[in-house]
Design a protein around this ligand. Structure first.
Ligand SMILES: [Zn+2]
Length: 428
């Protein structure tokens, strides 16, 4: 049995995370000292440069890795680990049992964590960027509490393209446990896990750009170390998952991938689906930002995920979609929405500037259908491959007299669909 009292080995997992879409980890009350934004992101003071910089607190990364690992393992067998948050009636929140992988690795009230995650700070490449606006900016967010009329408030976020260095220690662990952590990190690249808040309107999509694993241990009183193959660790973790009993895939909570053991009939079928979409601008697109001619993600102009989501909601309401489906897709009083929509960003080589997105530009975006039914997905996918005006009339320049010159018309088209299937997951 592992004991934290005696050091037998330590694995170091280090690497780089790069944001694909803006990220928001709120700064709370202490943020006022470095930001004038009413809704700032968390920052830390760097004595070297004498400036405040965004970072990812170790506790934030630990939280998302824990829930991602729980989701993966519980898809294969719910008895192997509990959930850190969620339905307390289930009696399976932070169980603290030695047999529970999640409590063993990440800790519980019964015992300390084997995993320690340091704060992730900017990569050297980002840190040497002189222009602070290159990685921090304010974006308008149209919140509509209680489904009322939308109110605009400025919200700070860290720009797409920003890179952070992460550092994870696993004490007295096994290659299988390292593999489970790596598989959880890989869920970022699969677009099924997201960093920070606002993920349902597309914040916090990211990818692990590079990583390495090193093992340290004591040999005759001296510390030895060697490089470990991440691939071998992930294979060991998959052998473990494959050996589990297999859970019923009927539960539609967020603590597992729904219908992971059922064969789909259609590419948009009951389950967890990530779609990559191409968005073609049939006219030019622009939408006034706070300090910007048109909203950007820090790198270039975008159609914000919240705008696209707002459009979908409006259309589905117009089509008198039933209340139960609307709540499931967009969220209700006590649960988040199942539809996650990212920004649509320009993906071409040609320079397009920061003023607008020109006509005929091709953008890319993700839509995640998080444990949705085929029917719920159909409501949304019915709006693909049509000419649609993605913003309200004011942004689109529609007046009583001129309907023809309206801008912000786009067409969304599915390019790639990936549904979580247990069999495929273990084989890839
Ligand atoms: Zn537990």
């Amino acid at each position: 049995m592992d004991s934290l009292d005696r050091f037998s080995n330590r694995f170091l997992i280090e690497g780089e995370i790069e944001l694909k879409t803006p990220m928001r980890i709120g700064g709370g009350q202490n943020a006022a000292m470095y930001s004038l934004s009413p809704s700032p992101v968390i920052e830390c003071y760097d004595a070297g440069s004498g400036t405040f910089e965004p970072y990812i607190p170790g506790s934030s990364l630990k939280g998302v890795l824990r829930s991602t690992l729980e989701r993966l393992v519980r898809t294969f067998d719910v008895s192997q680990c509990c959930v850190c948050t969620g339905d307390r009636n289930e009696g399976a929140v932070l169980c603290g049992k030695e047999s529970c992988i999640s409590c063993r690795l990440f800790g519980s009230k019964n015992g300390g964590a084997k995993v320690r995650i340091r704060d992730s700070h900017l990569t050297e490449e980002c840190r040497t960027t002189k222009d602070r606006s290159a990685f921090l900016r304010e974006q308008p967010h149209f919140g509509s509490p209680g489904g009322g009329k939308g109110r605009m408030r400025p919200e700070e976020s860290v720009s797409a393209g920003t890179g952070f260095r992460f550092h994870i220690d696993l004490d007295n662990g096994t290659e299988e446990e390292v593999g489970l952590i790596l598989l959880s990190l890989r869920e970022f690249n699969n677009n099924r896990a997201h960093l920070g808040g606002g993920s349902t309107r597309g914040h916090g999509f990211c990818r692990v750009k590079r990583y390495s694993v090193k093992k340290l241990w004591l040999k005759d009183g001296a510390l030895s170390n060697e490089k470990v193959s991440g691939k071998d660790c992930m294979s060991a973790a998959k052998r473990y998952l494959a050996g589990l009993n297999g859970s019923s895939d009927n539960e539609r909570g967020f603590d597992r991938y729904w219908r992971a053991f059922s064969g789909p009939v259609d590419r948009f079928d009951d389950g967890h689906v990530v779609a990559m979409l191409k968005v073609t601008c049939l006219t030019e697109f622009s939408m006034k930002g706070l300090d910007e001619t048109t909203v950007t993600n820090g790198l270039g102009p975008v159609i914000p995920g919240s705008t696209i989501k707002g459009f979908l909601r409006h259309k589905l309401e117009e089509r008198e979609t039933d209340r139960t489906s609307m709540n499931s897709i967009f969220g209700g009083k006590d649960h988040r929405g199942r539809l996650i929509v990212s920004d649509a960003w320009y993906d071409g080589k040609k320079e397009i500037g920061k003023e607008k997105i020109p006509r005929n530009s091709e953008l890319r975006m993700f839509m995640v259908f998080d444990n949705m039914t085929k029917d719920e997905m159909d409501y949304v996918t019915d709006l693909f491959d049509l000419e649609v005006q993605i913003t309200g009339n004011t942004s689109a320049g529609v007046t009583r007299n001129s309907h023809d010159n309206a801008k912000n018309k786009v067409k969304m088209h599915v390019e790639d669909v990936k549904r979580f299937s247990a069999r495929e997951y273990l084989a890839e």
